[in-house]
Design a protein around this ligand. Sequence first.
Ligand SMILES: [Fe+2]
Ligand SMILES: [Fe+2]
Length: 147
Amino acid sequence: MEILQSLKIEHEELHSELARAMNAGGSTGAAAKAVSKALHPHFIKEEEYALPPLGLLQVLAAGKITPEAGAVIAMTGKLKAGLQEMMSEHEKIVSALNNLAQAARDEKKMEFIRFAEKLKLHAQMEEQILYPAAILVGEYLKLKSGK
Ligand SMILES: [Fe+2]
Ligand SMILES: [Fe+2]
């Protein structure tokens, strides 16, 4: 299953902005490296099983059935079981981002303060919308297929 282009591009953009912050040198660069360390394994998990189920939303909302139910239920099951861990990874990422924002403020690298805010908002949006929507896709498929 492919990740929706809109979500994929957002992740790629965050990644490349983080790479720029890492190359900014000074304490901003060092703080960005700490963000990257917390973020990288988290992004991999998201792209493996949290985001792909969202590709079915439009089809399911249109009342169509999908042949990929089994694989998607497996993914959303993994997300549901690991949800607390995903949330605590967000907490670690956010605290690394707060350090990055502070360093960027001290070094007057304003664009990376904005980046830190943007990535925090991304995590919040996932917690409030994307993760629950992905889990609901799985729950809906289970209901529909009687599993
Ligand atoms: Fe993400
Ligand atoms: Fe996330």
